[in-house]
Design a protein around this ligand. Structure first.
Ligand code: 5RP
Length: 218
C-alpha cells in the first residue's frame, strides 16, 4: 500500500465511530479529506459538523453537510483529525496544514480525539517534523529569537497566512522529549497564538493505516 492508500484505510476505519444523529468535529488535511469523502453514504444520518478550517468547511458544505459555529454547540462526541507525528503517549505534532489553532480549539470541546494517520507518522520522539507555531505577525521575529534560545531553528513559512490572519514559524532541530512541558513553555511566549504540540489534549484513539490494514489503539 502506498501512503495515500494507508490514509484511506485509517479514514475508513474512523467512519465506524460516527454515531447516528451526531455532530462531528472535523479536522484538516489530506487524511481528513478522505474521511469527509467517506461520510457521503451516511451524511443524511448525522446532524452536522464543527469544522477546524475554511478548507474543511468548504468540503463539508459541498457535500451538503451542515457546518455549525462552535459557539452554538456545547459538546460533541468525536473529533477526527490527522497529525504530522504521533508518539506512543498519543502526544502529537500538528499544523502542517496551518490549521493548528482552530484544531486545538475544536479538539478541546470534543469528548474523544480520534487521530487518523498512515504509519509514517508514528514516531518514538516528536520533532523530526518541524514544529509549527502560529504567531501574531508583528511578533514573528521576537518569537523566532525566543524559539532559537530554546534550541530550535525557526523558519518563517513564506506566503502562508492562517485562517486567523497570522503567520507560521516551523521550528526545526527540536528533539521533543517532554512535549507537555515544551507546549506550555512555547505557549507562554508573548505573541504565540498556538504551538503545534498537542500534548495537554492528545489523542484518545489512534487509527494507523498500515500494509496489514487499520491498527487501532485506544
Ligand atoms: C493541519 C494538520 C494536519 O492534520 C496534519 O498536517 C496532517 O495532514 P495530512 O493528513 O495531510 O498528512 O495538522 O494543520
Amino acid at each position: 500500500m502506498d501512503q495515500n492508500q494507508k490514509k484511506i484505510c485509517a479514514a475508513e476505519e474512523a467512519v465506524k465511530y460516527v454515531k447516528e444523529n451526531a455532530v462531528l468535529g472535523v479536522g484538516t488535511g489530506s487524511t481528513v479529506n478522505y474521511f469527509i469523502d467517506r461520510l457521503e453514504p451516511i451524511k443524511d444520518k448525522i446532524k452536522g459538523a464543527v469544522s477546524s478550517s475554511v478548507a474543511s468547511t468548504k468540503r463539508l458544505e459541498a457535500m451538503g453537510i451542515k457546518v455549525f459555529d462552535l459557539n452554538d454547540v456545547d459538546s460533541f462526541d468525536i473529533y477526527v483529525d490527522g497529525a504530522d507525528e504521533i508518539n506512543p503517549e498519543m502526544d502529537m505534532i500538528k499544523g502542517g496544514g496551518a490549521a493548528l489553532t482552530r484544531e486545538k480549539i475544536v479538539a478541546a470541546v470534543a469528548r474523544k480525539f480520534i487521530c487518523i494517520v498512515d504509519d509514517t507518522k508514528v514516531v518514538d520522539v516528536l520533532g523530526k517534523f518541524p514544529l509549527p507555531v502560529e504567531v501574531i505577525p508583528m511578533a514573528r521575529e521576537y518569537v523566532a529569537r525566543e524559539l532559537t534560545a530554546l534550541g530550535g531553528r525557526p523558519v518563517y513559512r513564506e506566503g502562508c497566512v492562517t485562517d486567523n490572519g497570522n503567520h507560521i514559524l516551523d521550528v526545526h532541530d527540536l528533539k521533543i522529549t517532554e512535549p507537555k512541558k515544551l507546549e506550555q513553555t512555547i505557549n507562554a511566549i508573548a505573541g504565540v497564538v498556538t504551538v503545534g504540540i498537542f500534548g495537554r489534549r492528545g489523542a484518545d484513539v489512534l487509527i494507523v493505516g498500515t500494509d496489514n490494514g487499520a491498527k487501532v489503539t485506544e
